[in-house]
Design a protein around this ligand. Structure first.
Ligand code: ME8
Length: 662
């Protein structure tokens, strides 16, 4: 019988310098789902990849002095290494710079144009460079990008538009007729009330202000809008519009797209509308998961509050980190990451409950019977509850997994683990072993413990594949006894099962020591200060040159005082005047961190924005952020006082962005 296909995707990641634990959350969840479906017998296609085009990447590459392709090649290799490290199972990896994808995107764009779904017009509006998103004035929140809260810029140019506005009713109907199309339910209300009901506008789907992207093949000065390029990956990776793959008929429509909540709009409005316009079937489901937060805010590179998954995996094992991610946070909601929560979870669930159960059971079997259990049995009604619970587990786990409630699926299995630990206390094998007439009873108790462990290990396999394989080896359960199906029935191990002592699966972590070792900086990058200075104080901070004493000489400081200041080289990427101020310029800088930094500087009297763009300057990188005329400034530029004027200190072009100045 041929296997049923199952197609699941993660978003394709922007090749930012390093992915953080928030990024790995989605990929690990997708991997767990893919493994679960494979174990159930599905023919699974698991797609992930990288979203490599757009102005942002072009700018980063220019700042790094390399071509965009050189830039992305390096970063993408790091992303692929991370997935290898995190034991991400067999998957197809698409890069939007792959030739076959670009070829398909051109065809998709042309098809939409030929069908009249795309037309040429003039774009006037606002553009958020970091998000690569166009916005109308009414969509802005406090004049800023509604997605990321950053500044938007005015844009006007000839452009192609997709007739998104005509799809509002069909999208409403889609949500109504397919309540499972978008989950969790709260996301549907958000889409309907915030975007569709107020009226969808046609979407600008081409750009001419940069070149790093897929050119429109019948008008190549236009570059296809990155989201049209990116969303298409879900079908181009199956061979839609190209000859590289031939899986489209088999796997499309996708069973589920897992996406973070901030990109639900693209996946539940733009993507289905594009597919409707192409006359293609729609994905069966889009699931918008929540964010991992750190100190209550979204973990993100631009805020500098990211946690490196590789370090956590090296310290605590990949499986422990995977377990934590899926057990700790309800998939649809935001969750607060902390080292304490991670260590507590590992110690209580994995070291105490699961690890201890396995090691106690195996040790007792060896101690009382020298590895192999005798075949005599003596059942007791006190076994019934445990056996019933184990037999009922598969259905419960599947119900939760099919609803993407990973945390509940795991909790169900861990209930069996706890119940088995309780069973050991109830049956007291250490008492039974003293009475030779109780040998059959003792063998039964140990067998029941081993069976519970076998069943728990089957249902934890998608989450912790390596650890579960080790558990199964220790309890003498070969692969045939650990199929997903076999988890439905208690009593599969041979009566004379042979156990084998193994390594400690999850060593207990000393919380105090570990927290000290992690410190603020070992795995959490330098945190961006959050407090804002009152306006007056902030103004003081932003004065172009350091203030001197009345004698004209700065008061003496120690080397330690000096070391507190972080000076960095940064390059001016954009520069504009601050509205209603003739003193202030707003600069977007590349400080080598991979995310733009905005600095407001009181140098408008001496410099035009144009003469600053491209220049390299020195910034004070660890100055507390402050608002100047309502505009956020993250640091200050160094400038020399020359009479009344301020002369910015420029650095030669060969100094890399982010270089430390001392
Ligand atoms: O959005 N917690 O790429 P991306 C949970 N290229 N998830 C997080 C997170 C956090 N703290 N931070 C990021 C893009 N993510 C586009 C996708 S798809 C056709 C194009 C998630 O690298 C985020 O929500 O910015 C998103 O789902 C994924 O990481 C990739 O984000």
């Amino acid at each position: 019988m041929s296997q049923k296909p199952y197609y699941i995707t993660t978003p394709i990641y922007y090749p930012s310098d390093k992915l953080h634990i928030g990024h790995s959350y989605c990929t690990v969840a997708t991997d767990v789902m893919a493994r679960y479906k494979r174990l159930q017998g599905y023919d699974v296609m698991f797609l992930t990849g990288t979203d490599e085009h757009g102005q942002k990447i072009e700018q980063k590459a220019a700042a790094a002095g390399v071509t965009p392709k050189e830039y992305v090649d390096k970063v993408v290799a790091g992303i692929q290494d991370l997935w290898k490290l995190m034991n991400i199972s067999e998957h197809r990896f698409i890069r939007t710079t792959d030739d076959y994808h670009e070829e398909s995107v051109k065809k998709i764009f042309k098809k939409l144009y030929d069908k009249g779904e795309i037309y040429k017009g003039t774009y006037k509006g606002k553009y958020c460079t970091p998000c690569e998103s166009f916005w109308t004035e009414t969509q802005l929140v406090d004049g800023k990008c509604p997605d990321c809260g950053r500044e938007v810029i005015d844009a006007e140019e000839e452009a192609y538009f997709f007739r998104l506005s005509k799809y509002g009713d069909r999208l409403l109907k889609l949500y109504e007729e397919n309540p499972g199309f978008l989950e969790p339910k709260s996301r549907v209300n958000e889409m309907v009330n915030n975007f569709i009901k107020p009226g969808l506008e046609d979407l600008c789907v081409s750009r001419t202000s940069f070149t790093w992207g897929v050119p429109v093949d019948f008008d190549p000065k236009h570059i296809v809008y990155v989201w049209v390029d990116a969303l298409s990956n879900y079908i181009t990776a199956l061979g839609y519009g190209n000859e590289k793959y031939h899986d489209f008929e088999k796997y499309w429509p996708a069973d589920v797209h897992f996406v973070g909540k901030e990109i639900v709009r693209f996946h539940s409005i733009i993507w289905p509308a594009m597919l409707m316009a192409l006359d293609l079937p729609l994905p069966k489901k889009v699931y918008g998961h929540g964010w991992l937060l750190l100190d209550g805010g979204k973990m993100s590179k631009s805020k500098g509050n990211v946690v490196d998954p590789a370090i956590l995996c090296q310290r605590y094992s990949v499986d422990a980190v995977r377990y934590f991610l899926l057990r700790e946070f309800p998939f649809g909601s935001d969750g607060n990451f902390s080292n304490e929560a991670l260590i507590t979870r590992i110690n209580t669930d994995l070291a105490n409950d699961l690890g201890n159960l396995v090691s106690r059971t195996v040790s007792m079997a060896i101690k009382y019977f020298g590895e192999k259990l005798p075949v005599e049995r003596e059942a007791d009604p006190m076994d019934d509850e445990l056996i019933a619970m184990a037999n009922a587990l598969k259905a419960k786990v599947e119900e939760q997994m099919d609803a993407f409630q990973f945390q509940n699926a795991i909790a169900e299995t861990m209930k069996l683990v706890s119940r088995t630990n309780k069973y050991i206390d109830e049956t007291a094998p250490w008492v039974l072993c003293k009475d030779p007439s109780k040998t059959a009873r003792l063998a039964t108790v140990l067998y029941n413990m081993l069976e519970s462990i076998r069943i728990a290990s089957i249902f934890l396999t998608p989450v912790m594949p390596d650890a579960c394989a080790k558990i199964q080896k220790q309890i003498g359960a070969d692969a045939a006894l650990c199929s997903w199906e076999s988890g439905a029935s208690f009593g599969q191990l041979p009566l004379d099962v042979k156990v084998e002592k193994g390594e400690t699966l999850f060593p207990r972590i000393d919380m105090a020591k570990e927290l000290e070792a992690l410190g603020g900086g070992a795995q959490t990058q330098e945190k961006a200060p959050k407090t804002e200075k009152p306006a007056k104080e902030a103004k003081k901070q932003q004065e172009p040159a350091s203030k001197e004493t009345p004698e004209g000489v700065a008061s003496l400081i120690t080397i330690d005082d000096f070391a507190k200041v972080s000076f960095r080289v940064a390059q001016v990427i954009e520069c504009t005047r601050v509205e209603k101020s003739d003193k202030l310029l707003k600069l977007q800088l590349d400080d080598g961190s991979g995310e733009p930094r905005q600095v407001v500087s009181g140098i408008a009297a001496w410099y035009t924005p144009e003469e600053l763009v491209g220049k390299k300057v020195i910034i004070v990188a660890n100055l507390k952020p402050a608002k100047l005329r309502g505009v956020m400034s993250q640091g200050m530029l160094l400038a020399a006082d020359v009479g009344e004027a301020a002369k910015v200190v420029f650095v030669s072009d060969d100094v890399p962005n982010g270089a430390k100045v001392r």
